[in-house]
Ligand binder design. Structure first.
Ligand SMILES: Cc1cc2nc3c(=O)[nH]c(=O)nc-3n(C[C@H](O)[C@H](O)[C@H](O)COP(=O)(O)OP(=O)(O)OC[C@H]3O[C@@H](n4cnc5c(N)ncnc54)[C@H](O)[C@@H]3O)c2cc1C
Length: 413
């Protein structure tokens, strides 16, 4: 086992973790280490830019890296805590890193909801398909329906078009009223208006259906079509691929393992991004789904606060107020509608790891009993996919997190 020690340990190398690292390393003589489970830093949004970062925060980090002020451990999944150390697994070894202050910047993942045909080949998560295309999947001339909810749908649709795909329709489940209210509230964040207008411009000519969602996907050997519901009527739309995601779910499992308080599904933090656990800070998507600006400002505050640079942290409170308001507006605008609870048939798979169908779950009152009797949520992903689905479908909450939070090799347990 490889052992290391650092003053500030940051879990997650996305915009929040990178910003936290830059801020913390500004404190003289403080050792900063970032651990991330991907081969590259950058998180969900910047990862593909490696070597050519466009954002100033990312560029600043790279400069500091060149000056060897920050240690980076890539390809390492943090899976447990042991006293004042974290344990991580890389493809070749186990690492123990001792820390004085810990900053959690573990990001978010897509939310999936079950409907008939959602496990068919060529049905992807929306951001999942984007990630595959960034990794080299060819979508040239493919007819793709992008569906679900949240601003990410437009980002994904635009990206797929830029790679030669034919986006047939974008189906947004939320209502006109909620979307209009959201758009009106954007005056507080002009950068979002510019981004939104630019995206809509690039998507000109692509049908953007509000009040619309996929009720079923149909296939022979390949995906053939999807049924979409729109204003109470349904229609079949031919396509080769479906990219479907319902906004994002925060990665809070590690914070839960450390005993941090969770408030309304997010890690609770004070003004300095400090959690209820001593010396543990949290920034970015685990504290609220607010986009890259929120991740950056929260990361900076956490990095400054963890290293005693309180004035610098205080100076960012106003910026964070705006990003927190934006996160709340996102939550309200893209709240899931009740009709989405009715899409799964009795035979629809809910837990894909353990093959548990919807009909097998309806007789239970809570997730614990359902787990014990059906193994729902107990497979390789540890409920990261079905957990948020059953929370929405049945109102079940799962607070029982145990190490390892990711599957690890037997020898590392
Ligand atoms: C799949 C996906 C795609 C997205 N695409 C876009 C996009 O194209 N455009 C856009 O504007 N926004 C996008 N977003 C939203 C965007 O991610 C956020 O706005 C912002 O990047 C959040 O930054 P963050 O630092 O909080 O989290 P992230 O960028 O998610 O970074 C968190 C990092 O922590 C790592 N990590 C988590 N747990 C551990 C652990 N236990 N051990 C080690 N490492 C760990 C993750 O792998 C990740 O690299 C996407 C979100 C998702 C989930």
């Amino acid at each position: 086992m490889n052992k290391a020690a650092t003053d500030v340990l940051i879990v997650g190398g996305g915009p929040a973790g990178m910003s936290a690292a830059v801020a913390a390393s500004g404190s003289e003589g403080v050792g900063v280490t970032v651990v991330d489970d991907n081969p590259r830093l950058g998180g969900q949004i910047w990862r593909a830019e490696l070597g050519n970062f466009k954002s100033p925060e990312a560029q600043e980090l790279i400069t500091l890296l060149d000056q060897q002020k920050i240690s980076i451990v890539n390809n390492a999944s943090v899976f447990a805590q042991d006293g004042g150390s974290l344990l991580a697994e890389t493809p070749s070894e186990k690492i123990r890193i001792e820390y004085k202050k810990l900053i959690l910047a573990t990001g978010a993942r897509e939310r999936f909801l079950p409907f008939s045909g959602w496990t068919l080949p060529n049905v992807f998560g929306a951001a999942g398909l984007q990630a595959l295309v960034k990794g080299g999947l060819d979508v040239k001339d493919k007819r793709i329906v992008v569906a679900g909810t949240g601003p990410l749908l437009l980002v994904v649709a635009e990206y797929l078009i830029s790679k030669g795909a034919r986006v047939v329709a974008v189906c947004e489940q939320t209502s006109n009223k909620k979307l209009d209210r959201f758009a009106l509230g954007l005056w507080r964040t002009p950068s979002k208006i510019i981004q939104g207008v630019s995206l809509r411009g690039k998507l000109r000519g692509i049908p953007y259906y509000r009040n619309s969602w996929v009720t079923a996907a149909h296939a022979g050997s390949e995906l053939r079509s999807v049924t979409i519901s729109r204003f109470g009527t349904t229609a079949d739309v031919e396509c080769d691929m479906l990219a479907c995601g319902f906004h994002l779910v925060p990665n809070i499992e590690f914070a839960q393992l450390l005993g941090c308080n969770v408030v309304d599904g997010f890690v609770g933090v004070d003004d300095y991004q400090q959690t209820s656990a001593p010396d543990v800070y949290c920034a970015g998507e685990p504290t609220g789904i607010g986009g890259v600006e929120a991740a950056v400002v929260e990361g900076k505050i956490a990095g400054f606060a963890a290293t005693g640079q309180i004035k610098q942290a205080d100076s960012l409170f106003r910026s964070r107020k705006k990003t927190t308001a934006f996160a709340k507006a996102l939550d309200q605008a893209f709240e899931l509608r009740d009709e989405l609870k009715t899409l799964a048939a009795s035979s629809t798979m809910v837990c894909r790891c353990e093959d548990v169908q919807y009909g097998k779950l309806t007789s239970y009152d809570d997730f614990r009993m359902a787990k014990l009797q059906t193994r729902c949520g107990m497979g390789a992903c540890q409920g990261r996919i079905c957990g948020s689905a059953v929370e929405f479908l049945f109102g079940w909450k799962d607070r029982s997190v145990r190490p390892p939070i990711f599957p690890v090799k037997m020898e590392n347990l």
